[in-house]
Write a protein that binds this ligand. Structure first.
Ligand code: GLU
Length: 552
């Protein structure tokens, strides 16, 4: 086909495309940025719920753009109508908001480079493909599914590369007349790339994370536009990244195998290539098979973004965790700089993991505990209220009714050099502080007691009669010791160990008995602080209730 024929073909295939690529080049003006500023994008497909890997990818887009004072935009990649799920887009935007991963522009955020939704950009993609047809770099392919399957089978038998290329690209050189005839017969077609590549040649791509990557040149006539005229991911993202002036394509490394195609598309369109940064997946050691695999929403409940929200895992702690997997030197820095924020750290691609990063639940848990330990009781109270308003209305009401005491409880052991580290998520507050609210305590705790009475309740009642709460912690402890000595208990565990036959137990046993009776727990924050907040009347009530329960 000569150029005139190709122009005729292009008009025949795209009668409604009146703009030229130059029109779009003029519309999507270059960004006014310096060479250090990064333009990143998060390009999710609305195909289901968001998982931790998606969040990680968006988080990386955000941190690199933010620290370079660039822009991080959200682009909805909804070209695959078959995989689209209802509410998928709203789910993406709401999860990003819940996780405080805020794009600076894009779908739902606006900006000068929209529309930021691929299904709204079909005309743009078709304009660029029309141009490829004119330049002999794309063609309509009428091959049926059956024909393609036959080729596949043949290639499998011959053990050659699977796909449409070389001799298998039978529609590559159809004449204009032949194409016209097929069109007149209403035969369905896709538009394929007329790949100029040769697999004997090697190409090199410098990946910001993985380093130099080498591949055979792409030589497949890959589909660019599907039968319904919508683009494939390959075509759409190349045009978008060009027009939206993405400087860094940060995405999962499952896309590395398509990189030769993407590079070729950038080249044949004559676009400047962005930098690539392919991030390693988050992995997990499968407990059943003992092998390392990618995380899975189906197998790993914590792999789903919703899990964090529902459990009440603080978003800031999730960010800290994502930062530790983003850069291998982040954790050490954070430990050395407890007062600094993530924003104060300089992330670099060099410190990004090259292989898979294994999910470490214990580390996340620890980061969460550190997060809570650095918050005041007031802050924990307010944040827990926000969580319970959504996930536990009954407890929410109780928290509101018991605000003053609750904050006091949450403030116990906060001041010292090693603040309490017992809460890892908002949903832990109810369990960890179940003794703080009478209604809850009475309902939840007595049922947990062993019926067998291992403590001397009457002795504890007698102790409480002598209890003075208006003293210092040291004075109080001295008084328990004195009480212990007077009643046949050693005043220290050491003393008891030296002569166990002389004593019924030691002062720790008395404290344990008090603790169990008034908190329902073997472990709790500082006992005297709890007693002070409860007051003598409640303490007595609880011990009497315990006694009643045990004697039942
Ligand atoms: N839409 C692609 C996906 O959801 C995004 C890939 C990319 O970021 O380029 O996997």
């Amino acid at each position: 086909m000569n150029k005139d024929e190709r122009i005729e073909l292009a008009n025949l295939l795209f009668p409604n495309i009146k703009k030229t690529r130059q029109d779009y080049e003029n519309m999507y003006k270059a960004r006014n940025i310096n060479e250090d500023q990064m333009i990143t994008r998060y390009g999710p497909s609305p195909t289901g719920s968001v998982h931790l890997g998606n969040l990680f990818s968006a988080f990386c887009d955000m941190i690199y753009a933010r620290q370079s004072k660039g822009s991080f935009y959200l682009r909805i990649e909804d070209t695959d109508q078959k995989r689209k799920v209802d509410g998928g887009i709203e789910n993406i935007t709401s999860v990003l908001k819940e996780f405080n991963i805020v794009p600076t522009e894009g779908y739902d955020y606006g900006g000068e480079y929209g529309p930021y939704q691929q299904s709204m950009r079909t005309e743009i993609y078709q304009t660029y493909v029309k141009d490829l047809i004119i330049n002999n770099l794309a063609y309509p392919c009428f091959m049926s599914e059956e024909e393609q399957n036959q080729i596949k089978e043949e290639q499998a038998i011959l053990k050659t590369k699977i796909g449409i290329y070389g001799v298998y690209a039978v529609d590559r050189d159809l004449s204009l007349e032949e194409i016209k005839e097929k069109l007149a017969n209403n035969e369905e077609y896709v538009i394929r790339l007329k790949s100029p590549g040769d697999a004997k040649n090697q190409i090199e791509v410098m990946d910001c994370i993985k380093g130099k990557l080498k591949f055979p040149e792409h030589d497949m006539d890959t589909v660019l536009l599907k039968k319904d005229g919508t683009p494939t991911y390959h075509l759409a993202h190349v045009i978008d990244d060009h027009l939206m002036h993405t400087t860094h394509v940060i995405r999962g490394d499952e896309w590395i195998s398509s990189l030769p195609l993407h590079v070729q598309l950038f080249e044949i369109f004559g676009f400047d290539k962005p930098h690539y940064a392919h991030i390693a997946p988050i992995t997990i050691k499968d407990s059943e098979t003992n092998t390392i695999r990618k995380i899975s929403k189906r197998k790993d409940p914590w792999a789903s973004a919703k899990y964090y929200i529902e459990q009440g895992i603080p978003i800031d702690a999730v960010h800290l965790y994502l930062a530790t997997i983003a850069n291998t030197n982040f954790e050490e820095w954070y430990l050395a700089n407890p007062d600094k924020k993530i924003e104060d750290f300089t992330f670099t691609f060099e410190k990004q993991a090259i292989g898979g990063t294994s999910f470490d639940e214990a580390k996340l848990n620890n980061l969460c505990k550190t997060y809570f330990s650095r918050k005041t009781g007031e802050e924990v109270y307010e944040e827990t209220l926000i969580y319970t308003a959504k996930f536990d209305l009954e407890y929410h009401k109780l928290l509101e009714e018991n605000k003053q005491d609750m904050i006091k409880f949450l403030n116990i052991e906060k001041d010292g050099p090693r603040p309490r580290k017992d809460i890892a998520k908002y949903s832990d507050v109810k369990e960890e502080f179940s003794y703080a609210i009478d209604t809850l305590f009475e309902r939840e705790n007595y049922s947990k007691y062993e019926k067998e009475n291992i403590y001397d309740v009457d002795l504890i009642l007698e102790y409480v009669n002598t209890l003075d709460l208006d003293v210092t912690n040291e004075e109080w402890f001295q008084s328990v010791k004195d009480f212990a000595s007077c009643h046949g208990y050693a005043s220290s565990p050491k003393e008891y160990k030296q002569n166990p036959d002389l004593y019924k137990g030691h002062v720790g046993d008395i404290c344990e008995a008090i603790r169990v009776m008034i908190t329902g727990r073997m472990k709790s924050p500082d006992l005297f602080s709890i007693m002070k907040i409860l007051g003598k009347e409640k303490i007595l009530n609880r011990i009497n209730l315990y006694k009643k329960y045990i004697e039942k």
